[in-house]
Ligand binder design. Sequence first.
Ligand SMILES: Nc1ncnc2c1ncn2[C@@H]1O[C@H](COP(=O)(O)OP(=O)(O)O)[C@@H](O)[C@H]1O
Ligand SMILES: [Mg+2]
Length: 350
Amino acid sequence: MAQLSPARPVLVVAAPGDTQDSILAAVTAQELEAEVIVEPERLAGPWRTAATVIVADDLAEKVAARALPHREDVFLVGQRTDLLSAWSAPLAARVIPLPEGAAWLGAVLGEGSSRTRAPVVAVLGGSGGVGASTLAAALAQLSAARSPSGAALVDADPLGGGIDLLLGAERVQGWRWPRLNAAAGHLGDLRSYLPVVDGVSVVSMARGSELDLAREPLAAIVGSLRAWHSMVVLDPGRSGGLGARESLRLSTRQLVVVAATVRGVAAARELLASTDAERAELVVRRGRGSLAASLVGEALGRPVVAELPDEPGLVAAAERGEPPARGSRRRYRRAVTALVARLQAGVADG
Ligand SMILES: Nc1ncnc2c1ncn2[C@@H]1O[C@H](COP(=O)(O)OP(=O)(O)O)[C@@H](O)[C@H]1O
Ligand SMILES: [Mg+2]
């Protein structure tokens, strides 16, 4: 959950100057604490305990000379491409070039901090029209209902018709995806820029335009959303494009909604074979004459984490722009609430 414990500090090894300023701006934007060290002789303790280590290019050589023990989450940051490539391997550090990597740096800091245990849940449809986007919206809504920090819903499906329509969010003021996609630099708390419906911050792609979801902005946006919400739900759609692949990479849980029919199972099998959803868990969507959930799970060789009832009222609700978990759809809401609890518990256990 978002606010479980105070974040461990970020270790910043950088001399005063532009690079140090950029790093500290990114740390501040994520509301994290920085411990700044200018003399690498004093590194040994904080090197072990920091959540994330950021080394500026100009001090990289001195840090490497200390022969510190190997650790994860070390990043080498700066403008000097020669220094970045020379010292990346000795420090076992990933390189973030500035200024173009500023948003990426923010995401990395967000991921490393303990505030960011919020699950990132990608919801895929095993076949078209099975209710994946509806489930994504309902998960975000019911997760928001349990937590004061709210939830976030990211529409990464260029062909999906816009998840903001499903929530009635297109009538609410706020940024849409294209402006975020163009946003360079640091992403702090995005909540104040986004339309919010029922406690759900909605990041929505523009309808009707071809968008190149470059990898860095989606990672940066999810990183930021994750720091500020109790759950981030991604709707990658079925186009299999860059945004969909990146959504799967960024997710901590992958749900595939499967229609409990022979054809639904066959379609889901194709989907599982053709995408990188190695960790997929199944949500079985029931309907008339449907197969038992256990049979669906066996056929696909994946665990079943929820069963969704057929809820005819959802169709009209979607047309009216009424969020799926509002209104009197009790059985559907009960099933999704149980799934939210399971997703949150899974993160806390792990
Ligand atoms: N559990 C359900 N029972 C009945 N209809 C549903 C259910 N879930 C979604 N729907 C309806 O099915 C249609 C497709 O839903 P959508 O969530 O857009 O599917 P997908 O994203 O998988 O293509 C919508 O009209 C929606 O209201
Ligand atoms: Mg959809």
